[in-house]
Design a protein around this ligand. Structure first.
Ligand code: AMP
Ligand code: MG
Length: 344
């Protein structure tokens, strides 16, 4: 079976093709870049996606050396995401489905990230830290569903780093803002205290961002702020992930999403994982960043375990939650780690 996946939930347009054996045949992406100094407006990003999607689909089939009629299933991101952006992949998927007479399935974006992560790392039952421009969630599987154990109460982590970078006047056309902030942070070990906001299992980044921008106005060097911001927000993420790991007694941690490219974040998570005797893995960037392959693979898992769309499933849902998906492709009998007993 060959599956086509279309993803356009935010600033990236992704087209992926995968086989039912998990062989990636194409993984193409085009990113909408807003004008310098401004953020991503959904309408502008959706126009970019609509303009580029026919060509990108064509290129993906060329790369996979397949004729469109050779695919067996079309998967698209149903949500969550920005409405106008989501609709581009959904409309393209519906059009292709009727032209080619191939079935269609709508996929939850987070399920896509998790399942491509499990496929690529070989992890069976990880605690997943999903950190991107639009999301910050700690997710784990229990009793037939992926559950959100903790999440941001306001802005996502990637957005926090991006706004800081923009306000500091940083820019690089060839690298994401988070990477620019990371490179600056590597220049110093100097740290100034910033608010550390973990509320139960949830996180808040907007107060930290405001405090950081205030320090910036007051003349604190930008690299000191970059370092302090990273150390603070990554420690918060590591703390909540650690608690989810302890609570669920799982023994694998997976980090995914665009911010997962950050070396310092991976270092902190890796250290925490090893203190718990847990395994840790990140994903290679082409599969950690939003992509069509993850949607194709999750769509395949749904389809092959009997899920069939109802009429409303052909529509997008901006607020589609990961817990709303019944995970039909995993058995419920997952082993739990015996908690490590610390010798005194
Ligand atoms: P996504 O929403 O998954 O496509 O990821 C995009 C987000 O990842 C943006 O907020 C980027 O600034 C951020 N990002 C990309 N590379 C890095 C990095 N090396 N460190 C931190 N954040 C990053
Ligand atoms: Mg994403």
């Amino acid at each position: 079976m060959i599956i086509l996946g279309l993803e356009s939930s935010a600033d990236k347009l992704g087209v992926g093709i995968i086989s039912d054996e998990g062989k990636i045949l194409a993984n193409l992406r085009k990113t909408y870049k807003p004008p310098r100094g401004s953020g991503v407006l959904p309408r502008d990003a959706s126009e970019h996606h609509a303009k580029n999607i026919p060509e990108l689909i064509k290129d993906a089939f060329e790369e996979a050396e397949l004729h469109p009629r050779e695919i067996d299933l079309i998967a698209f991101t149903k949500g969550c995401g920005m409405g106008p952006c989501l609709r581009v992949a959904a409309v393209a998927a519906r059009t292709l489905s009727s032209q080619l007479r191939k079935p269609l399935i709508g996929v939850n974006h987070q399920v896509g990230h998790i399942e491509i992560g499990r496929l690529v790392t070989g992890f069976d039952d990880p605690v997943v830290l999903y950190v991107s421009g639009g999301n910050t969630q700690i997710i784990a599987y229990t009793e037939g569903r992926y559950r959100v154990f903790g999440e941001t109460l306001d802005i996502p982590i990637g957005n926090c780093l991006d706004v800081f970078g923009r306000e500091a006047g940083l820019s690089d056309r060839n690298a994401p803002m988070g990477r620019v902030v990371e490179l600056l942070a590597e220049k110093t070990d100097e740290y100034i205290p910033l608010p550390y906001v973990v509320k139960g299992m949830d996180l808040s980044f907007s107060g930290i961002l405001t405090a950081t921008l205030k320090h910036l106005k007051n003349g604190i060097p930008v690299e000191v702020l970059a370092n302090s911001l990273q150390e603070t927000v990554f420690a918060m993420l590591t703390e909540v992930t650690e608690r989810a790991l302890s609570h669920t007694r799982k023994d694998e941690i997976l980090v995914t999403g665009g911010v997962a490219a950050n070396t310092r974040l991976k270092e902190m998570l890796n250290q925490m994982a090893s203190e718990h005797g847990a395994k840790f893995a990140g994903l290679p960037a082409p599969l950690a960043i939003d992509n069509g392959v993850m949607i194709a693979w999750a769509g395949y898992l749904m389809w092959t375990t009997g899920q069939r769309p109802k009429p409303e499933d052909y529509l997008v849902d901006q607020h589609f939650r990961v817990e709303d998906v019944e995970v039909t492709w995993r058995s419920n009998s997952h082993k739990k780690r015996t908690p490590a007993v610390k010798s005194s």
